[in-house]
Design a protein around this ligand. Structure first.
Ligand SMILES: [Zn+2]
Length: 579
């Protein structure tokens, strides 16, 4: 998800909650205005409010269903900690005219211990009609967006197959991709165009699952999606089959890789598939498939060429494209892009900036960077989401360097530093929800700026190979998960110094370095970090010369005619006080 999308999360929640759900919040506002209004303007004011509410309600009744409280992750329930998801098969018929879905999900899972209950997540908007476990009927209850499944015989440790039939009207996305759900659109020619975005709320928005970031299906996913012909379904992995019967087309998409549950989805449109091929840095040939609306086909070649150029930058820093055995996929959608594995979404605006004489789309690049930082290197919990968003955002800075040189890199980094809000720590704890982590917005810019500070601290010779190691070593990739502590330990080992205090200070607190400069004699200044937690190098400029000096707890004394400048280029988040 892009940074601008996330910044709107909080605002959207407030606006929609006020208008659609918590109308009483408006009352004090109305009252305070009464004295200053005549009856007519009061009537007009109320009339406009009523019209606004009525319009919101008429626009689409199903928009009004209460799903804004939904989020993903949080405390892992013991019943879910007991299960390891192996595979999902989602078999759905999408009735585009009725905006409904019907079908089944089959979940292969492994139970660590014998239990009498299974717990899955599925939002309350669906009717569950049948559940079988290992082909046998079981008891179940669907409440509080959860499926409680039980059997008097219990469920033995080991492999289980849970089969669930259900149907219903999926939630409509109010503001995709940040407030997710289904988006039922029409393209300019009037063809149906459907996108799904579920990062904020999780897979439970349309299929029964274990909705927690710490578990991905180790053996991948099969998606069998039926739509009215001639609509096309774009999905993750490889298209293993497509058949059309009685004006209905069924697309069978299959990925053998692990995948986050918010990437298990599909998009529907009157797509054309523009194909190309990319040779990776290791010499593997990967198909490129762009699912683009027929009406936008003239944009396809540029999108694909941009992607190939972006791929060279990303492979240089982070290693080979992660899904070489499947594909590089792009799907055109009616909303801002998302990092949907092997089928990255891109909107229909086709806007590019000129960087160093080359065309660049931050949206296209950022979501593609997530193929490495989110899809291949995946954080274990939303609490460590800065690893995905912060490093994907830092990748944008590296793209700036590759395309526009040092000045372009410095400019984007300065923007990241300036936009740090520091309302709360970007690693707020363990087992937190998606909403808790995204609402501050700092996982993007502060996360990226942290990488910039770390680069200065340990130097390019250690920083870049270590970053590549994090993106390529089997210990951190594919079916492994990472935490902030894993990243810290790797960088500490490679740098040969304990970086934990540095990671803790900038990621787990909202503190900035407090640098004090004090005149202590004739042309003598003391520079001290008042809240020092470890010796740190700084660029010190005195008498027009800049040198890198390490400042430990006791501070340093420098000779300078004028007060020295500390970290003039801004490698750290800091506050400088001339005492
Ligand atoms: Zn993102």
């Amino acid at each position: 998800m892009g940074v601008y999308d996330a910044l709107l999360i909080g605002l959207t929640h407030v606006i929609f909650k006020a208008f659609l759900h918590d109308y009483h919040l408006m009352k004090p506002m109305i009252k305070s205005k009464t004295s200053r209004m005549n009856k007519f303007s009061m009537f007009l004011f109320l009339f406009l409010i009523v019209c606004g509410i009525a319009q919101a309600q008429n626009r689409d009744d199903i928009n009004n269903r209460d799903i804004l409280y939904l989020t993903s992750g949080g405390k892992l329930q013991p019943l879910q900690a007991n299960m390891d998801i192996r595979h999902y098969t989602i078999n759905l018929d999408v009735d585009v005219a009725k905006k409904s879905i019907a079908g089944s999900t089959e979940i292969k899972l492994n139970l660590e211990k014998t239990t009498d209950s299974l717990l899955l997540d599925l939002i309350h908007l669906y009717q569950v009609t049948k559940i079988l476990v290992n082909n046998k009927p079981v008891l179940y209850q669907h409440r509080d967006d959860k499926l409680f499944i039980s059997s008097t015989a219990g469920f033995k440790s080991g492999n289980q197959i849970v089969y669930i039939e259900y149907h219903g009207i999926p939630p409509v996305a109010i503001k995709p991709p940040w407030d997710g759900g289904f988006t039922w659109e029409k393209d300019k020619s009037g063809n149906d165009w459907v996108s799904i975005n579920i990062q904020a709320e999780g897979g439970k928005m349309y299929f029964p699952c274990k909705d927690h970031p710490s578990d991905e299906p180790n053996e991948g996913v099969d998606l069998k999606i039926s739509v009215p012909a001639p609509l096309v379904v774009a999905g993750p992995g490889l298209l293993v089959n497509m058949s059309t019967k009685k004006n209905k087309s069924t697309y069978h998409w299959k990925t053998n890789y692990t995948i986050s549950n918010y990437c298990i989805l599909f998009n529907i449109g009157k797509y054309k598939v523009v194909k190309d091929e990319l040779v990776t840095t290791l010499g593997n040939k990967v198909p490129i498939e762009y699912y683009v609306l027929e009406e936008d086909i003239q944009h396809a070649q540029k999108v694909i060429e941009t992607k190939k150029r972006d791929n060279r930058i990303l492979e240089k820093y982070f290693g080979e494209y992660p899904w070489a055995k499947e594909k590089i996929g792009i799907a055109e959608v009616p909303n801002s892009g998302m990092e949907h594995q092997t089928m990255i979404t891109f909107d229909n605006k086709f806007i590019y900036k000129n960087i160093g004489g080359q065309e660049y789309s931050a949206n296209l690049f950022h979501e593609y960077a997530h193929e490495w930082w989110a899809n291949k290197v995946t954080n274990k919990d939303w609490g460590h989401m800065w690893i995905q968003e912060g490093i994907a955002t830092y990748a944008e800075a590296l793209a700036m360097f590759e395309l526009g040189g040092e000045a372009a890199y410095n400019e984007i980094i300065a923007g990241h530093r300036k936009n740090v809000r520091n309302k709360k720590a970007i690693v707020p704890g363990e087992e937190v929800t998606e909403e808790e982590v995204y609402s501050g917005g700092d996982i993007y810019g502060k996360g990226s700026f942290f990488m910039h500070s770390l680069r200065y601290l340990i130097g390019d010779e250690v920083f870049f190979p270590t970053l590549k190691k994090l993106a390529t070593d089997p210990a951190y990739t594919y079916d492994q998960f990472v935490t902030t502590s894993d990243v810290e330990k790797l960088f500490s080992t490679e740098a040969g110094k304990d970086l934990k205090p540095f990671f803790d200070f900038f990621l787990r607190t909202t503190k900035v370095l407090e640098v004090g400069i004090k005149e202590v004699g004739f042309q003598k200044y003391q520079i001290k970090v008042e809240n020092s937690f470890m010796p740190l190098p700084f660029d010190i400029t005195s008498n027009e010369k800049t040198s890198r000096m390490v400042i430990a707890k006791e501070g340093i004394i420098v000779n300078s005619a004028l007060p020295p400048q500390v970290d003039a280029k801004g490698f750290y988040l800091k506050k400088v006080t001339l005492q």
